[in-house]
Design a protein around this ligand. Sequence first.
Ligand code: PMP
Length: 393
Amino acid sequence: MAHAPIYLDHQASTPLDPRVRAAMTRNDGLYGNPHSTNHLAGIEAARAVETARRQVARAIGGDARRVVFTSGATEANNLALFGAARASSGRRGIVTLGTEHSSVLEPAQALGEMGFDVQTLPVQSDGIVDLDAVERAVNERTLLVSVMHVNNETGVIQAIPAIAEICQRFGAILHSDCAQSLGRLPLDVRNFGADLLTLSAHKCYGPKGIGALYIGTRARNGIRPVTLGGGQEGGLRPGTLPVPLCIGFGEACRVAAIDVHVDAERMSSLAEELLKTILDAFPRAELNGSPTHRAPGAFNVRFPSASGDELLDALEGVQASSGSACASVVTEPSPVLVAYGLSSAEADRSLRFCVGRFTTQEEIRIAGDVVRSAARQLSISSPIGRTARVGIG
Ligand code: PMP
C-alpha cells in the first residue's frame, strides 16, 4: 500500500475533533462527582455537565432540561422503547421499520414477547417507508412509532415530519434514532416532529461511550426508567455521569451546530465524486437506496461481482465497510439491504462508504485510483468479471 489508510467508514464512528479533544483536556482536572453539589469539586463538575447539556440541546434547537445523558445511542434507543412501554397504561401498539438499528429492533422484538403488539413495516426499494403504510399501521392503540432519521448503512433519510403528523393525529409517541443525522444534517426539534430523539457523540466527532435521549414535551410523562438506582437525570437514567465524556459530547455538538452546513456541502461533493468514480470503474455497479433522499457524504453500492470482503481486500487501504459495525459479528446478509429487496448475494456484494469532516480532496483522488485498480484486478480474477469483460451479462 503506497498511501496512508483512507478512512471512509464514518457511519461506524468518527475521529475526535481536535476542538473536542482540547475541551476534554482543558477540563480534565474536574474530578468531583457532578451529583455532589455540597462542595466546590462537585459544583464545578456539575457546571461543566450543565454547559454540555445546553450545548447538546442547542444543536437540536431544544431545551436543556429535556436532555437525558446515556452511554450512547444503543442505551437511548432501549430507554425510548422499554421506557415508553413501562410508562404505558393502556396503549400496546409499537410500530417500527425492518431497516432500524438492532438496538431498536431487538427491544421491539422483546416487547412483542412481553405481549405488546409490534408491527415491523417494510420499506420500498429506495429504502423509504411508504407513508400510506404508516397511516394504515398507526391508530389510537399505538403507543410508540420508532423510525430512524438517517439509515446507518445507506444514508437514506426518512420523512420524519410527515410521520410525526400521522402520530400526532392518533396521540402516539414518535421516536427517531438520530445517531446518524446529528452533525450531518441540520436538526431542529421545533420542526422535526419527533417526541424522542436518540443521539450519539461518537458519530459526530465526540467521544465514544456517551449519547442522549431527548424527551420532548409531548413525551414528558411517557417514559419511565429502565435501570434503577439514584435519582440522576431526573430519575430516568441513574448513575454518575462521566464528566469528561459529557464535556466532549457538548463541544462536539457546539461545533456541529456551527459547521453542519459547510460540512454537509463538502462531504456531499467529495462523496459524489467518489461515487461517480466507482460507477465509472464498475459499469454494472448500482447505488443501493434513494439517490436523492440521502445524507451528505454517505452511499452504499452494490458491485457486479466478488463478495464484499473480496472487494474490501481489493480496495487496499480504503477503509469502507460491508455492513453495520454493530452487526459485524453476525455473518448474515445485511437485513437493511434485504429489506430494500436485494437478494442475499446482492447484499453480500454491497459496500457502504461515508466521508467525514476531515476527509480531504487528495484522499478522494487516491481512493479513486485504488477503485480503478481494484476494478482491473477483479475483472482479471473473478469469473463473473471475466464474463463481463467479454461483453456477456
Ligand atoms: N443507532 C444507529 C443508527 C447507529 O448507527 C448506531 C451505531 N452503529 C447506534 C444506534 C448505536 O450507537 P452507540 O454506539 O452510540 O451505542
